[in-house]
Design a protein around this ligand. Structure first.
Ligand code: ATP
Ligand code: MG
Length: 437
């Protein structure tokens, strides 16, 4: 590939005398009259341009004096060893500038901390901060690791429809869209389609957006998020699914630790430890007992965010690990397609949640693959089998036992980075009030 420009991280004093094309955004200028120093930043680091009277043309010197912070600058010049913090400077021969307006709506120098909502409005500017860049490089690394893991393990990457007529979870939190003269929905997850596809492709995964019209105001719910979905055929029970999820977490954290080192340094945090297999499993009923003792009430039968946090701390103290599973949730709080588990006179499910650093990051289960039972469960949940058309019909023709999970990429990335609000790891978050930018 042709080199368009040199990145800051590629430059070094050893390149003394070399002519380079560099580009980035002005961070600050220091004007000493006959000499102007300009610090320029790109997405990989910083370098210094030195404009000295007599060495560069008066025209260049005058432009340097007028540079504003955040101006885009392209320079062709020569590298010289120098006593700067970089060990070198660049003597410009040619420059091209797209001047930035002043003052800037957000701080990109790091002198003050601009509030999150404002930084998101001005994301492009916000991303000129090395810490913001580091967050999104880690996110990119997490996705790369996830994809690599699945491909290495013979999963097929799939892309299923975002618009459809099934509202998979049967819930109210679904966005309606006008589809010509029909009513359609934005998917809440690729659940139903990925299930159909294991009926032939056996092991599938999808990394794509999902939408929930949840009017929540929390730091872990948004109306649009990226779901990492996997589904596996021929399983013997949830242990086979947990095993895949454990390996996925270990694989991604190992890669992120190794390849994200510089980013963690920029952010001033420790890379995550890699948990070892097997992650602890806590029965839902035992988790509930623990929470009761701790005085944390449930929300109906759901374990609330506070409960996940408390359990996270408890497990960390007991087993020294950040990741554990809650298994066997009651049928009442799991979707119709979940396989039941009759235990101690109670109707539970072959289901699980993965809690990482005190937050649910994934949910999964073995699914019901027997047509008659599935149809019955749709009815039990108060839904109409007719509403599930071709999805349900497909189960008449030899669906394998299967199971899988959906993992929230945004929550996982935020927890890896020890960030509380998932908006920090999403370029343009969508919440009930935010549709722009
Ligand atoms: P919660 O109980 O925390 O609201 P959920 O159980 O409704 O989540 P699932 O349907 O199990 O969510 O979705 C699978 C995963 O997708 C979750 O574990 C989470 O990581 C992610 N996820 C779900 N809803 C959201 C959302 N609104 N914003 C961001 N991520 C989400
Ligand atoms: Mg869940």
């Amino acid at each position: 590939m042709k080199k368009i420009k040199w990145f800051a991280k590629e430059l070094s004093p050893n390149m003394d005398g070399e002519r380079v094309r560099v580009a980035g955004w002005v961070v600050r200028t220091r004007d000493l009259g006959k000499i102007v120093f300009v610090i320029v930043r790109d997405s990989t680091g910083e370098f210094q341009l030195t404009f000295k009277k007599g060495v560069v043309s008066d025209e260049l010197l005058n432009i340097a004096k007028k540079l504003t912070t955040a101006s885009a600058i392209i320079t062709e010049g020569v590298i010289r060893k120098a006593k700067t913090k970089f060990g070198f400077e660049i003597i410009p021969e040619k420059i091209e500038v797209n001047f930035s307006a002043t003052p800037l709506p957000v701080d990109i120098i790091g002198a003050t901390e601009t509030e999150l909502s404002k930084r998101i409005k001005w994301r492009t500017l916000d991303l000129r901060r090395p810490k913001a860049v580091a967050i999104f490089k880690i996110r990119s690394l997490v996705v790369a690791a996830i994809r690599e893991f699945f491909i290495k393990n013979n999963f097929v990457e799939i892309h299923t429809p975002s618009i459809g007529i099934y509202s998979a979870e049967g819930g109210a939190d679904v966005f309606e869209v006008k589809y010509f003269d029909k009513k359609a929905y934005l998917r809440q997850s690729p659940q139903l389609y990925k299930q159909l596809l294991v009926g032939a492709l056996e092991k599938v995964f999808e990394i794509s957006p999902a939408w929930r019209a949840e009017p929540h105001w929390t730091t872990r719910h948004l109306c649009e998020f990226i779901s990492v979905d996997a589904e596996i055929a021929w399983i013997n029970g949830i242990d086979d699914v947990l095993d895949v999820l454990e390996d996925l977490i270990i694989y991604t954290l190992e890669k992120v630790r190794k390849e994200g080192k510089g980013c963690f340094e920029t952010l001033g945090i420790e890379p995550p430890n890699v948990p070892s297999k097997p992650f602890p499993r806590v029965e839902y009923e035992d988790a509930v007992k623990l929470l009761k003792k701790a005085g944390i009430p449930l929300e109906g039968k759901e374990i609330p965010g506070k409960g996940e946090e408390w359990l996270g701390k408890h497990i960390k103290e007991k087993y020294g690990t950040d990741a554990f599973f809650i298994i066997h949730f009651p049928y009442e709080i799991r979707p119709f397609y979940t396989m039941k588990l009759e235990k101690n006179g109670k109707t539970l499910t072959k289901s699980f949640d993965l809690i990482y650093r005190g937050l649910e990051i994934a949910s999964g289960a073995q699914r019901e693959h027997r047509y008659d039972v599935l149809k019955q469960q749709i009815v039990e949940k108060g839904l109409r089998p007719e509403a599930f058309g071709y999805y349900l019909e497909a189960f008449k023709y030899g669906m394998p036992p299967h199971g899988g999970f959906g993992l929230g990429l945004d929550r996982y990335t935020a927890r890896i980075l020890q960030i509380e609000n998932i908006r920090e790891v999403i370029l343009y978050p969508r919440d009930p009030l935010t549709l722009e930018p």
